[in-house]
Ligand binder design. Structure first.
Ligand code: PRP
Length: 187
């Protein structure tokens, strides 16, 4: 049943199943025969966890998981271009790792462009990026992900890991939040 605060379903559970299957198959194709390098899916907390879990179950390629929690500062703040790291990868063998950063959504592009640079500086063998959703119309820096589930318009979306005020992450689909949900008039 659709949550009463969801105005419409943008990406159904069925479509999510299809896009995760497609991306996992492409990753399997791209990362076969890499010798003894370790494939690491790096989930960016918190939004990516549901997507990451689905990819893990669909990938045939053996892989490991790590997590980071970060926030990027947008243009107009004192720290433009900076990445604030709240939780970092502590392992010291990134020189043996092919990394795929896993995100729920790309908006300005700042988080992923900073993270790719950061992980290369840390010595990762390779760094690719994978996002479930992409809002290209919101880009502030030139960035495109290697694996994209679905481009979406600039609407306020929640579900499948994405939140509003920490709510709605558990919905099995991506929906557009009804305006009442953030104006508070229906609660
Ligand atoms: C979201 C998303 C990305 C980032 C994308 O995280 O998960 O990490 O914003 O935005 P950008 O392309 O403009 O950098 P958020 O800060 O909402 O945290 P959450 O995943 O914990 O909800």
């Amino acid at each position: 049943m659709m949550d009463s605060m969801i105005a419409k379903v943008l990406v159904s559970a069925e479509e999510i199943d299809e896009l995760t299957t497609r991306i996992a198959a492409k990753i399997d194709e791209d990362y076969s025969g890499r010798g003894d390098k370790r494939l690491v899916l790096l989930g960016i907390l918190k939004g990516s966890v549901v997507f990451l879990g689905d990819l893990m179950r669909k990938l045939k390629t053996p892989h490991e998981i790590e997590f980071m929690k970060v926030s990027s500062y947008g243009a107009g703040t004192k720290s433009t271009g900076e990445l604030k790291i709240h939780l970092d990868v502590t392992r010291s063998d990134l020189g043996d790792c092919d990394i795929i950063i896993v995100e729920d959504i790309i908006d300005s592009g700042r988080t992923l462009s900073h993270l790719v640079r950061y992980l290369k500086e840390r010595g990762a063998v390779s760094v690719r990026t994978c996002t479930c959703l992409d809002k290209p119309s919101r880009r502030e820096v030139d960035f495109s992900a290697d694996y994209v589930g679905r481009e979406i318009p600039d609407e306020f979306v929640v579900g499948y890991g994405l939140d509003y005020d920490e709510k709605y992450r558990m919905l099995p689909y991506v929906g557009v939040l009804a305006p009442e949900a953030y104006t508070g008039s229906a609660e």
